[in-house]
Design a binder for this molecule. Sequence first.
Ligand SMILES: Nc1ncnc2c1ncn2[C@@H]1O[C@H](COP(=O)(O)OP(=O)(O)OP(=O)(O)O)[C@@H](O)[C@H]1O
Length: 333
Amino acid sequence: MIRSACLIFNPIAGQSDPAQDLAKIRALLEPEMELEILSTTKTVDADQLAYNAVQRGVEALIASGGDGTLSATAAALVGTDIPLGVISRGTANAFANALGIPDSIEAACATILAGETKKVDAAYCNGKPMLLLAGIGFEAETVEQADRTSKNRLGMLAYILAGVKQLGQLPAFDAEIETDDQIIQVSASAITVANAAPPTSILAQGPAGVIFDDGLLDLTVVAPRNVAGAIAASYHLLQSALTGNATERDDIGYLRAKRLKVSTQPPQKVVLDGELIGTTPIELECVPQGLTIFAPSAPETVIEEKLDGLPNLVVVSKAQLESEDDEKSSEVR
Ligand SMILES: Nc1ncnc2c1ncn2[C@@H]1O[C@H](COP(=O)(O)OP(=O)(O)OP(=O)(O)O)[C@@H](O)[C@H]1O
């Protein structure tokens, strides 16, 4: 059991009353530990507060807010052994759902007080910490369209509505995906690279069950051929998230790798943990067991890879390329 913690609290997150929320958290945690409370402001973000707290050497950090606040606090802890407590008060609560952390204030505080921790993977995308996922193409467009006002009014429905708007357009692009041992070329409408993903991130659900502590990133390619295909593929991905069975459609593929490079033609927008960070190309690397969190233990899952059936698919083994190069250079000699 920890004796003290620094709580990073976003007073504007979500739709509930922040004063009531904070009072509830304090009533649950303060009898058991010394709590230093820091509020984020318009100009002081969670990442700044979290990095300072890590520098001071806190025993534990607790983040309470939406996914932005939780990801920013977690990012400061990657590579340290300082445990993170998560109290979600946002709209989507993707972070807590992806990592199996309960999302009511009471249950989240009980999880922290129970003191059970587990190590989960983190990742870097173009040098920035990534806890959940990077979305290329379709997902990025969807996040951009779910603005603050519509999120406040509609909650999760905002994301879904923004997605359906995009279904009419479906900008396909050519992608090259490089892993440690393969180079894959393919046409796609969306590519998602996930370290951890909640079931609601349907475009990450190719493998059904993104494993957040296997030392690998999970890449899903979605390549529907038309609008009807896009709707069917989205429905299938949602089913796969709910039933835990991997996808089996020709327009959905998935693979797992520790390191990945994704480039596209033309360049596509990239959303990293809910924030637009720029455009492709991106380079990603998993940091196995990079983050310690307070969480109840979860059952283990096993998944495979599948790319067959995707349009314009070319897969080249790097070992094969290297042996061809060796043959050519020995011919020259
Ligand atoms: N006191 C504050 N006043 C205004 N803005 C703030 C304040 N504190 C944090 N912010 C802003 O809130 C954003 C982070 O919000 P966060 O993700 O925690 O909640 P949310 O947007 O409600 O969550 P969700 O994305 O799940 O809907 C950051 O952009 C940050 O700058």
